[in-house]
Design a protein around this ligand. Structure first.
Ligand SMILES: Nc1nc2c(c(=O)[nH]1)N[C@H]1C(S)=C(S)[C@@H](COP(=O)(O)OP(=O)(O)OC[C@H]3O[C@@H](n4cnc5c(=O)[nH]c(N)nc54)[C@H](O)[C@@H]3O)O[C@H]1N2
Ligand SMILES: Nc1nc2c(c(=O)[nH]1)N[C@H]1C(S)=C(S)[C@@H](COP(=O)(O)OP(=O)(O)OC[C@H]3O[C@@H](n4cnc5c(=O)[nH]c(N)nc54)[C@H](O)[C@@H]3O)O[C@H]1N2
Ligand code: SF4
Ligand SMILES: [Mo]
Length: 691
């Protein structure tokens, strides 16, 4: 037993933070009388090192929040903010879903039913296991999960081959660290702590970010480029490296393909051109190129902030070419890192069972265009099942998302811990158990450990974990395949390919006993010192046949943000709006907590003093941020932390908790990235005026 009964002395249970954050912290939860009374970072898990971000340090408030959903609910009034609900039983909820789904399947086909989920729960079970089995067996539409990382992942993999890079634990030995489009202090805190150790040992830090963020202000150098111009910067750096012979010729000859073609391409980006595109000084590019080549080990930490414009895939691809040119991969503390997730032998097919899908395969709906698809897809979407996500707040172009969810003929189920903006549009709201109330197993995208999340307490009231919800739904639908009877422990056992050498010496039983283990990868090693890139050629691919076959430019190139290319737009809406994460929210999670709302104050938009003055804005007043897609209201902040021409509004506020009942996604666009069909949240021109 891991839970403590009433009257017993407190026990400590090892859990894992389930949020969509690269740090995947190990948690020690203190449990007393069936309640979690304290959460601290585990001291024996090296990446966590006993430290948590503020959001999770106050976790008992979230777990035992008075607003937690406790019972299934059925809507009785109209859809939308203020909707009224009544309590129903789980039996009634499941029977209603079965009845509606069967009718839709008979009349419109199963692919009229669309699951909508993302990473509200990032455990391997919570994210994708029984739920996927259920929708595969149902024959529902498939969901392309593109809202965060698909562009960058495809671009990075075109160069490197997989989501692998330097081992973050080695970063303490780097001499130069470039934080490229990532606000580590806010969104990757435990990596930032290692960067500080490196700094104390003499490393030089460079931030590349349109904003002077909490991270950028602590760096030695800050290149405040225009959003969406990272590939031009990378090509400008390549130009200098090649022009000035700052290359590791031996590494290039042995471990790369396409250098001659890359050199021709880089010749098209002389420093003056790159600097003009990026809106920075040519001297900054020259200096960074020289420092990069001559200060080894040099590490580039990048993240998904730069994959949210039209050329987001190409940006990651271009950046990923840099380390091979200077031989940075020779050093354990050198190279580039976007994500560590490709190191894990996850047995996705065993967990998700795509073989249960009917043939021909059901259609695919892109989650980043859900607004458009709810209004225009053929055949029409008749039912949506939302879990692990809050699309009303997080999906682009909310005006269309709202109109889509408001359709009276759409049957919507929302499974969540709280009555989110999305839940207000549901026909049925189902209570989700928190991660502290379930068993799970985790990989990470920011470190190299596997971890077990043990249940600390029983599910609160009638809440259910995702696995149990879909197990019950499968039974109610009459699905008889044995996989629907798998317990959570069975699923954990199936989650990894335990025979893989990266899990050598490990089994589910051993992991369950130990709580966490590092992947069996050599410590202090450089993953690509001897090449062996996981690309089709086995080399670092400056030239990519794979991209050529997909009809894309096989070489790194600069793809301008889409909205700049429409000149009439740029004159009418001259400010580029970016909406990166707030420190005290995690996407829209925590954005209903009084504590964190007080920290973030109210929705704000930052403007440079020059842009503010041109609009008669002093700071502090309410302003309208708008374009042809929509508008939202925010408090103006006049600050030199943003550059001229760039507005920023940290995200993601709940609509119903914002002064005008809307948030920044009213103005963002449903256009997609060059690769991976990703969302282009930061490719967004707006105008701002006083109200
Ligand atoms: N403007 C703008 N928009 C953005 C972004 C941006 O930078 N700017 N960022 C984008 C990015 S990177 C992402 S990843 C997406 C994130 O978008 P989402 O994945 O939708 O993330 P959250 O808003 O955190 O919503 C997760 C929901 O899952 C719920 N949840 C948590 N655990 C469980 C569980 O076990 N079961 C169930 N059923 N529910 C659970 C939470 O309570 C929460 O309501 O947003 C994107 N939207
Ligand atoms: N506190 C907190 N932590 C989070 C999240 C959160 O919401 N809150 N979200 C989690 C999720 S889902 C994700 S995907 C990760 C995201 O992690 P990151 O991608 O590291 O996100 P940010 O911390 O916003 O850093 C992105 C930075 O990119 C900058 N930026 C925007 N556009 C551009 C550009 O075109 N070029 C360059 N060079 N920089 C640009 C922004 O100003 C911002 O400072 O963080 C995770 N961690
Ligand atoms: S949100 Fe990130 S930093 Fe905070 S506890 Fe979770 S994994 Fe750690
Ligand atoms: Mo994300």
């Amino acid at each position: 037993m891991t839970t403590s009964a009433a009257g017993e002395s407190p026990t400590i249970v090892r859990g894992v933070c389930p949020h969509d954050c690269p740090d995947t912290c190990a948690l020690d939860l203190t449990v007393h009388d069936g309640r979690v009374i304290k959460v601290v970072g585990a001291a024996d898990h090296p990446p966590t090192d006993g430290v948590l971000c503020t959001k999770v340090a106050f976790y008992p408030e979230r777990l035992h929040h008075p607003d937690r959903l406790l019972f299934p609910l059925r809507r009785v009034g109209t859809k939308g903010p203020g909707a009224k609900f009544v309590r129903i039983s789980w039996d009634e909820a499941l029977a209603t879903i079965v009845e509606r789904f069967q009718r839709i399947i008979a009349e419109d086909g199963a692919e009229s039913i669309v699951p909508y989920s993302y990473a509200g729960n990032s455990g391997l079970l919570g994210y994708a296991s029984m739920d996927r089995r259920f929708f595969h067996r149902l024959g529902a539409a498939q969901l392309d999960r593109t809202i965060c990382a698909s562009a960058g992942a495809m671009g990075y993999a075109a160069t490197i081959g997989a989501m692998r890079g330097f081992d973050p634990e080695n970063i303490v030995d780097a001499r130069l660290i470039i934080l490229w489009g990532t606000n580590s202090v806010v969104s990757n805190l435990h990596f930032w702590r290692l960067v500080q150790q490196a700094k104390r040992r003499g490393a030089r830090l460079v931030a590349i970010d349109p904003l002077r963020t909490a991270t950028a202000e602590k760096c030695d150098q800050h290149l405040a480029l225009v959003p969406g111009t990272d590939s031009a910067l990378a090509l400008g750096l390549m130009h200098v490296l090649i022009r000035d012979g700052l290359l590791d010729r031996d590494y290039i000859d042995r471990h790369c393909i396409g250098f001659a073609a890359l050199a021709e391409r880089a010749a098209e980006y002389p420093v003056d051109r790159a600097a003009a595109l990026c809106g920075i000084d040519a001297g900054e590019i020259e200096a960074l190129a020289h420092a990069y080549a001559t200060t080894q080990p040099a590490a580039i930490r990048t993240n998904y902030g730069i994959n949210r414009t039209a050329g987001g895939g190409m940006a990651l691809r271009a950046i990923a070419c840099l380390p091979a040119l200077v031989g940075a991969w020779r050093h354990p503390a050198g190279g580039v890192l976007l994500s560590t997730s490709g190191n894990y032998p996850v047995a996705s097919a065993a967990l998700e069972r795509p073989d249960l899908m009917p043939l021909p395969r059901p259609r695919t709906i892109n989650m980043s265009t859900i607004g458009h698809d709810l209004l225009h897809a053929t055949p029409p979407i008749k039912a949506l099942f939302v879990y692990n996500s809050n699309p009303l707040a997080v999906a682009p172009q909310s005006g269309e998302v709202v109109r889509g969810f408001a359709r009276e003929d759409l049957f919507t189920v929302v499974h969540d811990l709280f009555q989110t903006d999305t839940a207000d549009y549901a026909d049925l709201v189902l209570p989700a158990a928190s991660h502290a109330e379930q068993l799970d197993i985790h990989k990470s995208y920011g470190h190299l450990y596997v971890q077990v999340n043990r249940p600390a307490i029983a599910p609160i009231a009638e809440a259910l974990p995702n696995t149990e919800l879909f197990r019950r739904l499968a039974r109610a639908m009459g699905f008889r395949e044995a996989c629907f009877a798998d317990s959570d422990e069975d699923l954990c056992r199936q989650a990894f390919d335990w025979q893989d050498e990266r899990l050598a010496g490990l089994s589910w039983e051993k992991l369950k006993a130990d709580g966490h283990a590092r992947l069996h990868l050599p410590r202090g090693a450089a993953p690509f010192a001897d090449g062996a890139f996981p690309t089709p050629s086995g080399k670092c691919e400056f030239f990519s046949e794979t991209l050529a076959r997909a009809g894309l430019d096989p070489l790194p190139t600069f793809i301008a943000p889409r909205e700049w290319r429409e000149s009439d737009l740029a004159s009418e809406f001259p400010l580029a709006l970016i909406t990166p994460p707030a420190r005290n929210f995690l996407n829209s999670t925590f954005a209903n907590s009084a504590r964190f709302l007080a920290q973030e104050k109210s929705p704000a938009v930052w403007l440079h003093p020059v842009d503010a003055a041109a609009r008669g804005i002093d700071g502090g007043e309410s302003v309208r941020v708008f374009n042809r897609r929509g508008e939202f209201h925010a408090r103006a902040v006049v600050s030199e932390r943003t550059r001229v021409g760039v507005a920023q509004a940290t995200s993601i506020w709940w609509r119903k908790l914002s002064p005008d009942g809307r948030n920044c996604n009213e103005v963002t666009s449903q256009e997609l990235t060059d690769m991976g069909s990703g969302a282009t949240f930061y490719d967004c021109l707006v105008e701002v005026c006083r109200i």
